[in-house]
Design a protein around this ligand. Structure first.
Ligand SMILES: Cc1ncc(COP(=O)(O)O)c(C=O)c1O
Length: 382
């Protein structure tokens, strides 16, 4: 539990979308429409028995991602779907190792550890997972699965290059491991063009298995708690069985509202609006970090929520974060994004800076303060 940082503190610590990125009026209108049209179903248990989720919602998600709706399982947020998936994949493969990008999403790390997996990190480069390191490790063993966030990664902002996506799929086919691609930020691109979804690179006759996790939290509403796995019908049904024995069924009202929003143009117009709102914040954040913290920026993300920094300061992480807090900046602990088995560098510190929820002026002000904090420690932030 972290103490309330107080009203004047700038929060660089959480990835919650700002209210202006949630189309709450349209959500309310569609909620009322669902309650008018299908009130009884909304307040009843959904069907029990390998229930994959609201059929209309899966139909719409299938069209949205151009995948077979029968291969989609919808749960209560993608983190929960990941939790169900991990137990399935560990059981299926018999392996205990999960390989992840280092750094990666801290809550995913917690999920893997809770399931007793041995989590091994593979470094992230400015163009994504270091595939050469992965290839080298495969000579000594195979993981149950490789977990990647290929687009505007949480926490670095890095996007995996097309050539690396191809190499990863080839390795998965050759060594028989599953790729879990978590893509909540994919549609939030502010510049440039997107590389192919990893699942699209699979040779139809090849053996590579890619399971893609999607979420409506970033493009519609995190409060609806709609996340889903896109895999194959067998995996989708296995997830549904696990879900049923865990929480019986998802929330029908939320799924029906999401289906209506996808059927109209609410999701697409919400994506357009979010990109319009966040593009200037991204550009200003990159400019602020470059001007005050120079080479600390790992990459220019061109999308998503996060900038990743590597700061060279002569202070340990606790001291750095405490000094930042004393100067009014709440930061997430960068080491929490690395698997515990990873050696933590002592001369540099990783930092994740969410730029999406602060206006550009506040962000720049925070970076100014951060640069001042860094200057206290050996006078260099570069
Ligand atoms: C990479 C990644 N996966 C999953 C999630 C959780 O998403 P959801 O709200 O769908 O559970 C997040 C949220 O921050 C995330 O960054």
């Amino acid at each position: 539990v972290t103490a309330d940082p107080g009203p004047t503190t700038l929060r660089f610590s959480r990835g919650v979308p700002p209210p202006e990125c949630i189309p709450s009026h349209s959500l309310a209108v569609h909620t009322v429409a669902v309650l008018d049209a299908a009130r009884d179903a909304a307040f009843q248990y959904p069907p029990i028995g390998r229930y994959l989720g609201d059929p209309a919602l899966r139909e719409r998600l299938g069209a949205f991602h151009r995948v077979d709706p029968d291969a989609i399982f919808v749960g209560n947020g993608s983190l929960q779907v990941l939790d169900l998936l991990v137990s399935l994949l560990l059981l299926r493969s018999g392996e205990r190792e999960v390989w992840v990008e280092a750094p990666t999403y801290d809550r995913a790390l917690q999920v893997f550890q809770r399931h007793g997996a041995r989590v091994v990190g593979v470094p992230v480069e400015p163009d994504g997972l270091d595939v050469d390191v992965l290839r080298g490790r495969l000579r000594f063993g195979t993981p149950a699965f490789v977990y990647t966030i290929p687009d505007f990664q949480n926490p670095t902002g890095v996007t995996m290059a097309e050539s690396k996506r191809e190499a990863l799929v080839e390795l998965a086919a050759a060594y028989g491991f599953t790729i879990v691609a978590d893509i909540p930020y994919r549609r939030l691109r502010y510049h440039g063009t997107a590389p192919s979804p990893i699942a699209d690179l699979v040779d139809p006759v090849g053996a590579a298995r890619v399971i893609t996790l999607g979420s409506l939290s970033t493009v519609l509403s995190p409060g609806l708690r709609i996340g889903y796995a896109m895999s194959d019908p067998e995996t989708a049904h296995a997830l549904a069985s696990l879900a049923e024995s865990t929480y019986l069924a998802p929330v029908p009202l939320c799924q029906a509202v999401a289906a209506r929003c996808l059927a109209g143009d609410v999701v697409l117009s919400s994506i357009g609006r979010i990109r319009h709102l966040l593009r200037p914040r991204h550009d200003a954040a990159v400019a602020a970090v470059r001007s005050r913290l120079g080479g600390a920026l790992l990459t220019v993300p061109d999308g998503g929520y996060y900038l990743g920094l590597r700061l060279r300061v002569q202070a340990d992480e606790t001291t750095l974060l405490a000094a930042a807090r004393a100067d009014g900046i709440a930061l997430a602990r960068g080491s929490a994004f690395f698997p515990p088995s990873e050696p933590t560098p002592t001369d540099t510190h990783f930092l994740r800076l969410p730029f999406h929820a602060l206006d550009s002026g506040d962000f720049a002000y925070g970076i100014d303060r951060l640069a001042r904090v860094c200057a206290q420690f050996a006078g260099s932030a570069r």
